[in-house]
Design a protein around this ligand. Sequence first.
Ligand code: GRF
Length: 332
Amino acid sequence: MGTLYRVAKRYETPYSDPIRLARGARVTILPRTSEWPGWVWGRGDDGKTGWVPDAYLRREGEEAFLTRDYDATELSVEAGDTIRPLGELAGWVWGTDDRGKTGWVPKDHLEIDPPRGKEGPMSEEVFRSPKKHGRIMVLLSGRGSNFTAIADAAAAGKINAEIALVFSNKEDAPGLAAARGRGLPTMSLSPKAFADKAAYDRAILREVEARGIDLICLAGYMKVLTPEFCAACKNRILNIHPALLPSFPGLNVQQQAIDWGVRYSGCTVHFVSAEVDMGAIVLQAVVPVLQNDTAETLAARILVEEHKIYPEAARLYFEGRLEIRGRRVTIL
Ligand code: GRF
């Protein structure tokens, strides 16, 4: 699922040795004659210079620090190439080309593939969520407050489903302890015990199949699922993200929303596809960003709404009321 782009106009990157910086790295912002709104020209602490997204920077006086890992690789592309987008920021698309290389491409060189109006999204397959008493598997890595909100709603009969398994990649996740306290089935597997991510996700998939799971709810699960897992469980995985997607995908998004200066942020429940945080949107809730907000105060305001819309999305799912066409979800 997800829109593909076709390259309409050739783009050749002038940068052969891009900066790649880890979260926390210092960036010195340098003067620049050309302007890209939303981007700054900077020198990383590896000594290399390049464009850095403003939204990834936390400024402290004259200094700036990265709030997430950043890779400035750009792709040189030919007209007709296909780009599978993984994210989008300030006029640029982060995506994978036909050869499997990943990098930034300027969005004004791309068009939607297929162009709208020809074989548009309406011709894509239609999925309707099942109307049944469902079995939910929750995947979490931490606190588990969204898990608790879903479990409470299910226990109160507001969702026509039961929590069939709470799974974590971290044995000591507080959310797992909360699930045990409720007498729910739990399981944790350490990724270190597996050869690679694919083998790890295959082990999770075996549980999904063995336990007859209908819906997987990611609730603060900090691992990216493999494309194979996403395909095997297509239309059966939901996630909650603490921002109004497609703005601010990824991590530390409350700080990014503050740094960007948006007046409103919120949360999004969406179906999970291989493109992180880019699956079809089910529900969103909006909260104001206040002048004196910190990442913590904004996160707390957003979390209140998360606990409302995530159980609501699961309720709609098992009432058979979510219909997906292309990347649009209709609530029936
Ligand atoms: C929430 O902010 C959620 O939006 C994000 O991870 C956090 C999980 O919190 N995906 P919790 O573990 O559910 O309390």
